[in-house]
Design a protein around this ligand. Structure first.
Ligand SMILES: Cc1cc2nc3c(=O)[nH]c(=O)nc-3n(C[C@H](O)[C@H](O)[C@H](O)COP(=O)(O)O)c2cc1C
Length: 149
């Protein structure tokens, strides 16, 4: 299977999440590429069996860059089976954040767009680190998706 992972990050947390997906998929023998959203164009990512997008919550929203990237990708007309991950602050500060995943998914309204799952990972402070046990959360999330592909 061919997988493409795109992350946005300010302090490295979403890069670490993307890297976790990448390593797990490589170990399983998949063909994986991983991209910083600032270094790649949607049209360069044609032809994946699975896309993974991971981004932080910023100002109670999905960041503009990843949203505009996803919007362009969705307009490409390709089949896009995708999994979404977003980081957020824990507890009441992060309670508004179901929105981050919904915003990331909002462009994918076409018949070939299949949302395989969405995952939140808490960040202990604005800069991280990520919640304890986040790696196991990623592993379980990915295993579930792969079982349904
Ligand atoms: C400028 C900025 C704004 C943020 N705004 C929010 C927010 O509104 N809600 C929230 O839950 N987390 C917020 N966070 C926390 C980030 O989602 C969290 O720290 C994330 O892990 C950062 O990931 P990164 O290192 O990949 O950028 C914010 C972080 C930054 C740096």
């Amino acid at each position: 299977m061919k997988a493409k992972i795109v992350f946005q990050t300010t302090n490295g947390n979403n890069r670490a999440i993307a890297e976790r997906f990448r390593k797990n998929l490589v170990v399983l023998g998949h063909d994986v590429s991983m991209h910083n959203v600032y270094d790649v164009l949607p049209e360069e990512l044609v032809g994946a069996d699975l896309y993974v997008f991971t981004a932080p919550t910023h100002m109670q929203r999905a960041p503009r860059r990843i949203r505009s990237f996803l919007k362009k990708l969705a307009k490409s007309g390709w089949e896009v089976r995708y999994a979404l991950v977003a980081t957020r602050l824990p507890g009441s500060k992060g309670d508004h954040e179901p929105r981050t995943l919904d915003m990331m998914a909002s462009s994918f309204t076409g018949p070939g767009h299949v949302r395989m799952g969405g995952l939140f990972i808490d960040s202990k402070t604005m800069k991280g680190p990520l919640e304890s046990g986040w790696e196991a959360k990623v592993d379980a999330f990915l295993a579930d998706i792969l079982s349904r592909l």
